[in-house]
Design a protein around this ligand. Structure first.
Ligand SMILES: Cc1cc2nc3c(=O)[nH]c(=O)nc-3n(C[C@H](O)[C@H](O)[C@H](O)COP(=O)(O)OP(=O)(O)OC[C@H]3O[C@@H](n4cnc5c(N)ncnc54)[C@H](O)[C@@H]3O)c2cc1C
Length: 412
């Protein structure tokens, strides 16, 4: 069988794989991406966070993305029973980016992949990783193209950015259930002719439909809007018919959307996804590191997925460069602990969201601006800033704040 030799093999050409490949390539290492599908391909995850711009900058992707004219995103708006809580990234506590984009992922991911290819990284599309054998930190990976042709890649290191494909965890039985309960979503893109032209397009809107059930509304610059219902799989059972019929009934049942989206044209038959939260026993090993969704994906509510994907790749790529240059890397401290800080901060917010703790905070009257700016930084993805008490004390701060709000309101 034909064997190709590289320094670093990257699995997957999603944001995680392309950011990692670009950074490693810039350091002069020989890198190759193997991608199962043909691009552009559909994937969900369209609302980015400002923190991801730092990783896109280091990867050299910002200008290429800017040229595409994607919808700029300046904040996140939460809505419940007519009450609105608006977070503007410009008001955030942590110094950093105060805007980002809302992107149809097929086009965004293709832009990143084309850019990394132009930088000199070969991308083999429609080629699937089917097996890996490690010999110490070196490895031989077997790949197969769509015509059934097999070949092998010898690599000094593998970065697994295979997203929902979870290549290394599946091949080596490392998959582990997440501690979050299963959730379901039904979503599509709609032709949004009644979108308002003032504050609406430049932020994600998250609507509390009822306890534990919420809706995302993500406008794109091409006139389409992504809309999806998310929550306990049991909730969806009361709606019958095709996916489109179910989604139309759901939209009709939500006062915030009913008028704007009655009779909207749906661009594709609404899709269903369920039970997406998974993690892995290990995030790294001799000769490999997992990045992006392969590490742990929590929940869509705070749009953390792409940001954790590209930040993990940024960290991992820089560690791989050091490792291959003969330096010592403390993977536990420099990668696992760093990643878990980000993931666990978002985990506390996701749990507080589904419990209703964040409803109490978001929809309180007379909010304290300084506290709001600290929470805003988490919503912007700055979950590594330990100067922010709402990051440092993420496990307790939200509950204490919600109790204070409840106590205050009970005295008024
Ligand atoms: C309902 C829902 C809504 C979401 N909304 C958001 C959001 O608003 N914002 C946000 O940031 N995130 C969101 N996410 C999360 C987002 O989808 C992911 O976090 C993000 O796509 C992860 O990027 P990645 O590069 O790790 O993986 P991916 O984008 O999935 O890329 C992985 C690539 O690897 C390839 N691959 C898989 N297996 C193999 C193989 N065997 N060989 C070769 N290649 C392979 C795949 O084809 C794919 O192209 C959402 C997720 C869900 C479930």
């Amino acid at each position: 069988m034909k064997i190709e030799k590289v320094d670093v093999l990257v699995i997957g050409a999603g944001p995680s794989g392309t950011v990692a490949a670009s950074i490693v390539n810039k350091a002069g290492l020989k890198v190759k991406i193997v991608e199962k599908l043909k691009f552009p391909r559909f994937v969900i995850g369209e609302s980015l966070l400002p923190r991801c711009m730092e990783a896109l900058t280091e990867a050299g992707f910002i200008d290429a993305v800017k040229e595409k004219g994607f919808q700029e995103k300046f904040g996140a708006k939460f809505v419940k029973n007519g009450k609105v809580c608006d977070y503007l990234f410009a008001d955030q506590f942590t110094p950093g980016w105060n805007w980002t984009w809302q992107v149809p992922r097929a086009e965004f991911d293709k832009t990143l992949a084309d850019t990394v290819e132009k930088m000199g990284v070969p991308v083999s599309y429609e080629t699937t990783v089917t097996g890996i054998e490690f010999n110490g930190s070196d490895s031989i990976t077997t790949i197969e193209d769509n015509n059934g042709n097999k070949s092998q890649i010898e690599a000094r290191f593998i970065i697994d950015g295979s997203g929902y494909g979870r290549v290394i965890p599946r091949l080596f039985n490392l998959d582990k259930p997440s501690n979050l309960p299963p959730r379901r979503t039904l979503f599509t893109h709609v032709v949004d002719t009644k979108r308002s032209t003032d504050d609406e397009p430049n932020r994600i809107t998250i609507i509390v439909h009822q306890k534990g059930i919420w809706i995302w509304v993500i406008p794109f610059s091409n006139g389409l809007t992504s809309v999806g219902f998310v929550g306990d799989p049991e909730f969806f059972k009361q709606y019958d018919g095709s996916n489109e019929e179910q989604l139309r009934k759901l939209i009709a049942s939500e006062p915030y959307l009913r008028e704007r989206m009655n009779d909207v044209e749906m661009v594709f038959e609404p899709k269903v996804l369920e039970s997406w939260s998974t993690t892995s026993e290990k995030f790294y090993g001799d000769g490999f590191v997992l990045t992006g969704n392969v590490t742990e994906f929590l929940d869509p509510v705070f749009s953390s997925g792409v940001t954790l994907a590209v930040v993990s790749s940024q960290m991992a790529a820089n560690l791989v460069i050091r490792k291959l240059n003969g330096e010592n890397v403390d993977w536990n401290k420099e990668y696992l602990e760093e990643m878990m800080q980000g993931i666990n901060t978002f985990r506390s917010y996701v749990m507080a969201w589904y419990e209703g703790t964040l409803d109490t905070i978001f929809f309180a009257d007379n909010q304290v601006e300084k506290i709001k700016s600290m929470i805003c930084s988490v919503l912007a993805g700055y979950v590594w800033d330990n100067n922010n008490p709402y990051v440092k004390n993420h496990k307790t701060a939200l509950h204490k704040l919600a109790r204070t709000v409840e106590l205050r309101d009970s005295l008024i």
